[in-house]
Design a protein around this ligand. Structure first.
Ligand SMILES: [Zn+2]
Length: 481
């Protein structure tokens, strides 16, 4: 292969890439969801801290104490790593966030290989955490290692409880706003995947989530004795749930679309070039038909319009067989994925008023109560921000094509958290492909993506260093606002 002198030198030196660290990391069953594996999570965080020390970073392990499980049991939380490498005021400071815990995985769940033994098959590296998120964290560390002199200062926030909702992280970061986080000019996350199997992408937004409980009715009654003479709580609840969305997917709650940001021409254009295989998406998910026929409509409704999903009914009879019961107290559960510029408090009020109105028309003596126990805000970044420029250039250098600018339909609170707390630029720079299967059986990252992803990170350091001045100006305007 001929050496291209315009390429940074590191692009050629990564071909015999070490997989040893990824193997070691995947071998740790750092499942944060099951409390009895907490010791493994803590061991994993220690391994990550060791890797960072080996880079020459100053590592602080911040103890978060313990947290309480729903059953009242108290379990130790793994420490959060805050690490620093470089203090040169002439260079920009990039803060990377990643997590080293994983979702549960067992061979019996349908894995072809042992989930905790990194196994290469046809260029794919299979193992729990390979793409979510151990692979990308190591790729970032590998990228740092390729430099003799780093063009940037680095900060790391590495946690071990992401898959369990990151308890205590927000409070820790809020406390570090004027200390550890203050030096960072921008934040990089690589905890999601491309939309395509082949084409790289940069993510600039995620939807929020508002979860609701609707409760109606207290004593079980027999349908032979009471059926026909009472207002049944379940019938009321089904009517309430049925009133929420129409068959086209449109949310019926008045005013809910009022504050949804208008679609701009620039934004619409972005959707045209995105690589998205509708047929493949259908066959992967087993969905026969989507609500929309075009790629653009599907992505718009997945990313930048709200959606409402009904999740379940607590208290209803759901076992197999027949039981002629009239359930007394039933609780319906639904959530709204909300988007900029919807406000959680406004959504809540709209939902409560609407359901009360639907319920009052039924003239039922049952009691209705509506609550919103959980609300996470959406996140949206400006794709003209210097971090996106730098990332786009880095992707172009390595992959020889422009990335797709994509959003994510799910809720990833951490991006929003960094943005809200620091007011600095945040980018989600994924290196995994659409078919990596995070949270699923046979999770993998391809060897190609792992290596090219490392190169993208290294190229990003060089590009963001060139945009230092612009980055500082962007941060300044954001802080002034
Ligand atoms: Zn993750």
């Amino acid at each position: 292969q001929r050496h291209n002198s315009t390429e940074p030198w590191f692009l050629d030196c990564l071909s015999c890439f070490p997989m040893q660290h990824l193997k070691e990391w995947v071998a740790v069953e750092s499942d944060s969801v099951q409390p009895d594996l907490r010791r493994e999570v803590i061991r994993m965080v220690t391994l990550a801290a060791d890797r960072l020390r080996a880079l020459g970073a100053t590592v602080h392990s911040v103890n978060l104490g313990s947290h309480q499980l729903p059953d009242g049991q108290s379990v130790l939380l793994p420490p959060v790593i805050l690490a620093e490498l470089g203090q040169d005021p002439q260079k920009p400071t990039v803060c990377f966030y990643g997590h080293v815990d994983v979702q549960p995985a067992k061979k019996e769940d349908g894995w072809k290989t042992d989930p905790y033994t990194l196994t290469e098959i046809n260029g794919n590296l299979y193992g729990r955490g390979a793409t979510d998120n151990k692979g990308p964290v190591l790729a970032w560390i590998n990228a740092v290692e390729t430099f003799r002199a780093l063009p940037v200062n680095l900060r790391f926030v590495i946690e071990g409880m992401e898959e369990a909702g990151s308890p205590g992280l927000q409070r820790l970061l809020e406390g570090e706003r004027r200390r550890f986080l203050a030096a960072a000019d921008c934040f990089v996350l690589s905890d999601n995947v491309w939309l395509s199997r082949r084409k790289p992408a940069l993510t600039y937004g995620t939807r929020g989530s508002a979860c609701f409980l609707v409760e109606s009715g207290d004593k079980d009654l027999h349908s032979g004795t009471f059926g026909g003479i009472i207002h049944e709580p379940m019938t009321d609840l089904v009517a309430l749930l049925d009133s929420l969305v129409d068959p086209t997917g449109h949310i019926r709650i008045p005013g809910i679309y009022d504050s949804v940001a208008a679609l701009t021409e620039e934004e619409r254009k972005l959707y045209e070039s995105i690589e998205f295989d509708m047929e493949e998406h259908k066959s992967n998910s087993g969905v026969k038909r989507f609500l929309y026929d075009t790629k653009e409509e599907i992505l718009l409704h997945l990313w930048r319009y709200p959606s409402l999903s009904i999740h379940g009914i607590e208290g209803a009879f759901h076992e197999p067989g027949i039981k002629t019961v009239i359930p007394a107290k039933v609780t319906g559960k639904f959530s709204i994925r909300q988007v900029p510029h919807m406000e959680l408090s406004v959504i809540k009020q709209q939902v409560v008023e609407y359901l009360e109105d639907v319920f009052s028309k039924r003239k039922s003596p049952n009691k209705l109560s509506v609550s919103m126990p959980l609300g996470a805000k959406p996140w949206l970044a400006d794709i003209n921000d210097p971090v996106y420029t730098a990332a786009r250039r880095a992707v172009r250098t390595v992959f020889r094509e422009d990335p797709d600018f994509i959003r994510d339909g799910s809720t990833i609170p951490i991006a929003r958290m960094f943005q809200t707390i620091t007011q600095k630029s945040v980018i989600m720079l994924p290196i995994g492909a659409a078919d990596d299967g995070e949270h699923s059986q046979n999770e993998k990252i391809s060897r190609h993506n792992y290596i090219e992803g490392t190169k993208v990170f290294a190229a990003f350091f060089l590009e963001i260093a060139k945009l230092h001045e612009q980055l500082q100006q962007t941060s300044k305007t954001k802080t002034d606002n």
